[in-house]
Design a protein around this ligand. Structure first.
Ligand code: AQP
Length: 331
């Protein structure tokens, strides 16, 4: 909409140390878009405060998330990498879209229900209206494509509904975005409770493999992964643990589930778990090395943030002036 390039937008919350769920479900796919797209990748710190954060940790994780974007292959010269709170238009459009999002719609969001159950002492309004802020993040850049994990599909559908509603009332204002959920972006499940999503804020460290975990820790966590009483490496009903490990193995190696089942035919769970650990360790090693190098140069990370925020704000302003005019705001 800004020019003839397709726009890609996505974000990750700096709400914990990122997991292989965030990596395989989202960040790895951010690098999949061609040069002739316009790409915005945001560290969504405004979203992170819907759950209580320790300020010093939030600050550190904001730098770390940005460094991980770069370490995972996002070149700041070719992608706009920025921090959400440094572009105030996100909060401004978030409020406006709150007024175009229905209470009933927000009440149906499964993430709200899950997070309210997890944080029963702090069910704040921001947790409830999280999806309208997410819609604002996306619509602000006239986004065509949003690479996300499948767990975010419901929020994305809501963003589409909000865009359509606004466009119907005020005439064409926003591009209606499409999700991009590639096969390798399946939902990575907890290693200890494979019926629930692997989440960076899970207090059980054995449940979560983090992008920055040491090789020993990664191997240990996979070896302890909960499976079942069968011993055949094959997908099936009631085999959530093995289904999940097969998905992870496939995502790191590019092999299909059938190829994986054939490769481990007759080999038992122990050997398979070790093999999943090994492919994970070797895929993450270059990311970890680059991350360490970047974190030693805070001034560089700050320059990336500053440049990214300026570029993002430039495009956000274009959308906001259109939105303000359509709404009848003065000036
Ligand atoms: N387990 C997962 N499998 C596949 N994709 C995942 N994503 C997250 N977990 C998985 C994808 O990562 C992107 C960024 O997620 P987020 O930080 O915005 O929030 P989230 O989905 O709430 O992630 P977490 O790890 O569960 O965070 P906390 O614990 O803070 O709530 C999204 O594209 C998401 O789909």
């Amino acid at each position: 909409m800004f020019d003839n390039r397709k726009v890609v937008f996505s974000g990750v919350q700096p709400s914990g140390n990122l997991t292989i769920g965030n990596y395989l479900g989202a960040i790895k796919n951010f690098t999949a878009f061609p040069e002739d797209t316009m790409r915005f990748y945001c560290v969504v710190d405004l979203h992170a405060i819907t759950v209580r954060q320790v300020p010093a940790e939030l600050r550190r994780r904001t730098y770390e998330t940005l460094a991980l974007y770069i370490a995972c292959g996002l070149d700041p010269q070719k992608n706009t990498l920025f921090v959400q709170s440094q572009v105030p238009a996100h909060a401004e459009l978030g409020w406006i879209l709150d007024c175009y999002t229905m209470f009933g719609e927000l009440s149906r969001m499964t993430q709200f229900k899950d997070k309210s159950a997890k944080h029963a002492d702090n069910i704040n309004a921001g947790l409830f209206t999280y999806p309208s802020l997410m819609a604002a993040d996306i619509l602000l850049y006239q986004t065509d494509i949003v690479p996300v994990g499948i767990d975010q599909k419901q929020h994305l559908e809501l963003a589409r509904d909000v865009a359509n509603r606004f466009n119907t009332v005020h005439g064409d204002t926003f591009v209606v975005p499409e999700p991009y959920i590639p096969a390798s972006g399946m939902k990575i499940m907890s290693l200890q409770d494979p019926a629930s999503k692997m989440s960076k804020s899970d207090p059980n460290e054995n449940a979560v493999v983090r992008i920055l975990d040491e090789p020993d820790a990664i191997m240990r966590k996979f070896k302890r992964a909960v499976t079942d009483s069968d011993s055949r490496v094959a997908r099936g009903e009631g085999k959530d643990g093995i289904n999940n490990l097969i998905s992870i193995y496939c995502a790191f190696t590019g092999k299909t589930a059938e190829e994986t089942e054939r490769e481990f035919d007759g080999k038992g769970y122990g050997g398979f778990k070790a093999a999943v650990g090994e492919v994970c360790v070797s895929a993450l090693r270059p990311v970890q090395e680059e991350f360490a190098r970047l974190m030693a140069d805070k001034a560089y990370l700050e320059s990336v943030m500053k440049q990214g925020a300026e570029t993002a704000a430039y495009y956000a302003r274009k959308t906001m002036s259109k939105v303000r005019r359509k709404l009848g705001f003065v000036g």
